[in-house]
Write a new protein. Structure first.
Length: 191
């Protein structure tokens, strides 16, 4: 297992990937874990992104946004109401997990500028495991999209509580046959 957790519960090899505003689904039904209050997943399968933003081509090389200001500019230009959204900041573990090949490096898309503004304040909400079969934008979050939270313990946001737990469930095959990988571990912060 890869582990080198620092005092805030994240791994010292987590790298900033950017921001995203999402419309959070509260009180989701269908989960056996009745403690789940809402879905903070990175994917837009359940808690939707603020817009189909890729079509605006203002994202960075990780297919998120370098700053909240860019999201606000898109919303103003496209008349998108952000009042019902929640802003998140993401960091990703610098290796992705392939069920056949194990841990391997990945890089941002060099065609896009990736200069991420650090948040002044951030609160760690948990860790999501996200599929990246096309190697660019986030696809599915099997904890919520595939109901894996019914068999894997999660917090009230349907996220894993620790980085080590995220590594453990991947390496033990608990995500096998959920969605095509590779999988990336993403730390989710509310800002």
């Amino acid at each position: 297992m890869i582990s080198s957790v620092n005092s805030n519960g994240t791994n010292d090899r987590m790298i900033p990937v950017g921001y995203l505003a999402k419309r959070i689904l509260n009180s989701p039904g269908g989960f056996e874990n009745t403690q789940i209050a809402d879905i903070y997943s990175v994917s837009s399968c359940i808690s939707k992104n603020f817009a189909d933003y890729i079509n605006f081509w203002k994202h960075n090389g990780y297919w998120f946004f370098n700053s909240p200001k860019i999201i606000q500019q898109i919303a103003e230009e496209q008349s998108i109401d952000l009042t019902e959204t929640k802003l998140f900041y993401y960091e990703v573990y610098n290796l992705e997990f392939d069920e056949d090949e194990g841990w391997k490096f990945f890089e941002p898309d060099a065609s896009f500028s990736t200069v991420i503004e650090n948040p002044l304040l951030k609160n760690l909400e948990g860790f999501d495991i996200v599929t990246f079969s096309c190697a660019n934008s986030a696809e599915c979050s099997p904890l919520s999209c595939n109901w894996l939270a019914n068999t894997i313990p999660v917090n009230k946001h349907c996220l894993l509580s620790t980085f080590d737990n995220a590594c453990h469930v991947l390496e033990n095959g608990e995500f096998r046959n959920s969605e095509p990988g590779p999988f990336r571990i993403i730390a989710i912060y509310s800002v």
